[in-house]
Design a protein around this ligand. Structure first.
Ligand SMILES: NC(=O)c1ccc[n+]([C@@H]2O[C@H](COP(=O)([O-])OP(=O)(O)OC[C@H]3O[C@@H](n4cnc5c(N)ncnc54)[C@H](OP(=O)(O)O)[C@@H]3O)[C@@H](O)[C@H]2O)c1
Length: 259
């Protein structure tokens, strides 16, 4: 049986926690992110504490041929990927008209294109083996339009929709696809997205990356289709589904304003 897991965005935040959880359960790891130093440090720590092999690949996944490079790497090492965690992603705060357009396209390339392409690259061999798990990191943003972070919210709506559809297609194959929908969590995310301090403080202290990753990991192992961690977030997701979208958009717009 294949026992290798591939985690994107493994150099910090949720990705780092997923790597620890997988190593604890005995999975060899392929860790992908841009920062090689951080990946190598993590590899050393994990190999010190757990009896697993860790491969690192420093790769910008927003680049056009990035996924081919990842696939070539795992083929060259003779690795069969049993678990794929598509976690790498980033956001950008501010009105779309004033945004750096290059940054928006990089976001789409990472959050949407690389995730889709990686899923396609490893899915068929999972189906052929009759076993495999895919975890796509979506967001609570997947459930609502997001004025002031419009492209980010839209990318995460895609991730949720795509994952739910794939999950249904995979029924009975032994392979599952799960979307994890976290809320604001204390990782490197808010700083990179340039979310104003006044918006960050309270909201981003609500959830710990370790707890969120653990809940997502458990859900993935159980083959759940959607995991929304925490009662408050579940209520938010439900409200976003039942309330008129005009109202939801208005609420998000006002919540996103810095004080
Ligand atoms: N934290 C939150 O509030 C929150 C809420 C909902 C969903 N999420 C989602 O959770 C996922 C993980 O984010 P996080 O919160 O853990 O933030 P994070 O600490 O900033 O981690 C993001 C990870 O993605 C990697 N990454 C960024 N750009 C990349 C690129 N172009 N190519 C390859 N790797 C790249 C980063 O590593 P390098 O810089 O080394 O490349 C890092 O390892 C994202 O998809 C995010 O949208 C976060």
């Amino acid at each position: 049986m294949a026992n290798t897991a591939l985690v994107t965005g493994a150099s910090s935040g949720f990705g780092l926690e997923f790597a620890r959880l997988l190593a604890r359960d005995g999975y060899d790891l392929v860790l992908v992110a841009r920062n090689k130093e951080k990946l190598v440090r993590l590899k050393k720590r994990i190999e010190h504490y757990f009896k697993v092999k860790v491969y690192v690949l420093a790769q910008d996944l927003s680049e056009e041929d990035a996924v081919n490079k990842v696939r070539e790497f795992t083929e060259k090492e003779g690795l069969e990927i049993e678990i794929l965690i598509n976690n790498a992603g980033f956001g950008d705060y501010g009105p779309f008209a004033l945004s750096d357009y290059q940054k928006q396209t990089e976001m789409i390339d990472l959050n949407v294109r690389a995730l889709t392409q990686l899923t396609h690259a490893y899915l068929m061999s999972m189906i052929t083996r009759g076993s495999g798990r895919i975890l796509n990191v979506a967001s609570i943003a997947s459930f609502e339009p997001g004025p002031m972070m419009s492209v980010y919210y839209a990318t995460k709506a895609y991730v949720l929709s795509f994952s739910q559809a794939i999950s249904r297609e995979l029924k009975g194959t032994g392979v599952t696809c799960t979307a994890l929908c976290p809320g604001p969590t204390d990782t490197g995310f808010a700083k990179l997205a340039e979310i104003p301090d006044s918006r960050m403080s309270e909201a981003f202290r609500m959830y710990k990356p370790r707890d969120v990753a653990r809940e997502g990991y458990r859900g993935m192992m159980k083959g759940k289709t959607v995991v929304v961690p925490g009662a408050a977030l579940k209520a938010t997701a439900t409200a976003a589904k039942v309330l008129p979208s005009k109202l939801v958009t208005e609420v998000v717009y006002h919540t996103q304003q810095s004080k």
